[in-house]
Write a protein that binds this ligand. Structure first.
Ligand SMILES: [Fe+2]
Ligand SMILES: [Fe+2]
Length: 330
């Protein structure tokens, strides 16, 4: 099992590299992010003010009408994706644990948190206003997830935090995007909401993965070690809440997110950081590189082996969030 390098000498060495080589990049990355970022608010997509225009009233009526057509698999995917987004207090703490509260990290962490907060807000507003799930059940799951606090093995390890956030931001982007595609025909208004969230995730992915790329250039061995251990221990936030596994299997069964999508996520990160251009590696680095490269094909094999079983299995679950209904795949 991966253990956090609590050894202060290791953490100090990582922090030295980060201060010397990564922190000078932060202002430029933040500036580029701010140029690309889109300022939107949940109420732009789902109006709910005391005084609404006729057009807004019509917009809300249309959103609600469309939502009634949502298949149960999409409702479950929304619950899972909402719970994942709502772990934000833990993610904010993890960034603070890894990078402290000095320098541009502080500005980034706070701004990133504000951008992420919109995701849970709009998903929750949508699910509540449209009354498409058992909200109290969802609230209980969220309460449990938050009160447990999420503490992955790599908490406090700056390199692993950069590697994890790179994979995780891409994974959430893909998951929101694919859910948007899955419901596009029946509920284009929900696809539009998910498109806004996926756009944010894509810009966050650019930020973290640019840092991972730099890290690979300046401290190749420790960076490879961090990537390897991150993949080896990778778990989605919320993985231990009740029903997480059944909800994940549902997303896998309908091609929203599963091992195939995760293998694509890893390949996207490899392309971004020029992983195939690594040269003149030591024997240990070469060994790490080989182990890392084995993940995408292994995940794909896993997907191919499981997909038919998963499609059968998904019909067995009773989901409390949808009043004990079973999923019927079209
Ligand atoms: Fe998010
Ligand atoms: Fe994000």
């Amino acid at each position: 099992m991966y253990t956090t390098p609590t050894n202060p000498i290791i953490i100090d060495a990582q922090n030295d590299i980060i201060r010397t080589y990564l922190e000078p990049e932060l202002d430029g990355l933040l500036e580029a992010h701010n140029k690309a970022r889109i300022d939107w608010f949940p109420s732009d997509l789902l109006p709910s003010s005391e005084q609404m225009s006729a057009a807004e009233i019509e917009q809300v009526a249309e959103i609600k009408q469309q939502s009634a057509k949502l298949p149960d698999a999409a409702r479950i995917a929304l619950v899972l994706n909402l719970i994942t987004e709502e772990g934000l207090p833990s993610y904010h703490r993890l960034l603070h644990q890894a990078f402290g509260d000095k320098s541009t990290w502080n500005i980034w962490r706070n701004q990133w948190t504000a951008e992420e907060d919109r995701h849970g807000n709009i998903l929750r507003d949508y699910m509540r206003d449209c009354r498409i799930v058992d909200m109290k059940h969802v609230e209980k799951l969220q309460f449990q997830f938050l009160s447990d606090g999420w503490m992955p093995e790599w908490a406090g390890d700056p390199y692993a935090t950069i590697a994890y956030t790179s994979f995780q931001e891409r994974a959430t982007q893909v998951s929101h995007r694919n859910l948007g595609k899955y419901v596009q025909k029946l509920t284009p208004s929900l696809s539009r909401i998910l498109g806004h969230i996926a756009g944010d995730e894509s810009r966050h992915y650019n930020f973290y993965t640019s840092l991972l790329k730099k890290l690979l250039q300046v401290d190749v061995e420790k960076c490879l070690q961090a990537i390897y251990t991150t993949l080896k221990t990778f778990k989605m936030p919320g993985h231990d809440i009740p029903g997480f596994s059944d909800m994940s299997i549902t997303e896998h069964a309908v091609d929203i997110f599963g091992p195939k999508e995760f293998s694509e996520v890893i390949n996207d990160v490899f392309t971004f950081i020029d992983f195939d251009k690594l040269k003149n590696l030591s024997a240990h680095c070469e060994e790490l590189r080989e182990k890392i490269l084995a993940y995408p094909p292994r995940l794909l094999r896993f997907h191919n082996k499981l997909i038919n079983k998963v499609k059968e299995k998904v019909g067995d679950f009773n989901f409390e969030a949808i009043y004990q209904r079973k999923i019927v795949l079209a």
